[in-house]
Design a protein around this ligand. Structure first.
Ligand SMILES: Cc1ncc(COP(=O)(O)O)c(C=O)c1O
Length: 423
């Protein structure tokens, strides 16, 4: 591992291709992946870790699910990239539109970042307005505009903002606290005529897991409609995470556009932006909004996504995944109470965050009160005991369909040991 660390540091900034992988915020050396199988990540030094990071939420079925592998192998044998539309692409688009009936049509891109960037460009073109309202601690990829008050890696590394974003871009971004409908109302009443879109993670996963309070998302729907702004749900994590559909569909709110990624690619690079047909028709070649990509709709990503979504629909592993995550959160909260450590394990469906704070967070201000030093110790000691959680207090952990009761029992045993040592 030391050798890999040295080599990676010599040729890649921070030794990584994405900052959170450096484990900088938890102060321990990063791990290096060799293999993934089911719920386990096997590291280069032969360690076997129960993986609750799940490629940052992309692996709903765990690692290397045989049916997905088979689909990829069959597809890749016929060519890797065509530069023209392929049947798999149409099939995946049809399936997503069926599962999320509020999406009439969609465009594939290569990442969640691209999906959000494209949705914003389209919103600006449609409304002929420039400003975007987002939420403190919401992460929507690393497009310039979305790095203002962003969560995920920026939050993890204590960066309020990324250098290199032009002030002319930043000044068009308005920021409100998550779950604060009054603040949103105020912003709209002072400058609603300049706002093109509201972008929100309907379940916030990038400041740790923070759930929307009743009425919050409804208020965004109503206010954006009143002020003729578009409502964009960033479902890059939440899409197909809690049910074989979007979170918008689960709660019965129709955003104007939905951004997807992660799970819909079955572990391969992907993103998609979808929504009302009249809006989607603004994308070139039908309309004036330019958006393109050499690898968009890549057959291998499409095959992996299709195989994964078909399994999620036919096997419906969601109730079992939810039960496992709920058990984890109940265990952890009980152990925290027993040990007298301020812990709030927030859980929804198969997602959870162990917050070291005494109050259940409702926004970024609350999650920032969590004790990141305690989280770092918990993370490091859990890793030592074979449990891989996200390497930051401000990220979300996931259970996949490959996890089982045995994994959860090991999580429980490790947590008891680690938390008793921490108190
Ligand atoms: C909610 C959300 N939106 C967008 C993105 C960006 O996706 P990608 O990393 O595929 O560019 C992420 C990534 O974690 C995300 O969590």
């Amino acid at each position: 591992m030391a050798n890999l660390l040295q080599r990676s540091l010599a040729v890649m900034p921070g030794g990584v291709s994405s900052p959170a992988r450096s484990f900088k915020s938890v102060g321990c050396p990063p791990i290096f992946a060799k293999e993934g199988k089911g719920s386990k990540l096997i590291t280069s030094d032969g360690g076997v870790l129960a993986d609750y990071c799940c490629s940052w939420g992309a692996l709903a079925l765990g690692h290397a699910r045989p049916e997905v592998l088979e689909a990829v192998a069959q597809t890749i044998a016929k060519g890797f990239s065509f530069g023209v539309t392929c049947e798999l692409e149409i099939e995946l688009a049809e399936l997503i539109c069926r599962q999320i009936p509020k999406i009439d049509s969609l465009r594939f891109v290569n990442s969640g970042t691209e999906a959000v960037m494209s949705a914003i460009r389209l919103a600006r073109a449609f409304t002929k307005k420039d400003r975007i309202l987002k939420f403190d601690g919401g992460y929507h990829g690393h497009g310039d505009a979305m790095l203002v008050s962003a969560g995920s890696g920026l939050l993890t590394h204590g960066l309020p903002f990324s250098a290199g974003v032009p002030s002319s871009v930043a000044q068009d971004i308005l920021v409100a606290p998550y779950n604060d409908s009054d603040a949103v109302k105020e912003i709209f009443s002072s400058c609603g005529d300049t706002i093109a879109a509201v972008v929100v993670e309907p379940v916030a996963c990038n400041m740790g897991l923070v759930l929307p309070e009743p009425g919050f998302l409804e208020s965004l729907r109503n206010l954006s409609r009143t002020y003729k702004a578009l409502l964009i749900f960033d479902e890059v994590i939440s899409g197909f995470r809690f049910a074989p559909t979007s979170f918008g569909e689960i709660i019965g709110i129709r955003p104007d556009m939905t951004c997807l990624g992660k799970i819909i690619g079955g572990g391969f690079p992907v993103g998609a932006v979808g929504g009302r047909r009249d809006l989607m028709n603004l994308f070139a070649p039908n309309g004036p909004v330019y958006q393109a990509g050499t690898f968009s709709g890549n057959p291998v990503s499409m095959a992996a996504g299709l195989a994964s979504l078909k399994l999620l629909i036919s096997k419906n592993p969601y109730p079992a995944m939810n039960t496992l995550a709920k058990t984890i959160s109940q265990y952890v909260n009980a152990i925290g109470e027993e040990c007298g450590i301020p812990i709030n394990c927030v859980q929804y469906g198969s997602a959870f965050t162990v917050f070291f704070t005494s109050r259940k967070p409702r926004n970024l201000c609350d999650t920032k009160k969590a004790d990141t030093r305690l989280y770092a110790n918990y993370f490091t000691e859990m890793l030592e005991k074979g449990i891989f959680l996200p390497p930051s207090q401000f990220e979300t952990a996931f259970v996949s369909s490959a996890h089982n009761e045995n994994d959860i029992e090991n999580f429980f045993i490790a947590s008891i040991r680690v938390l008793s040592d921490l108190c």
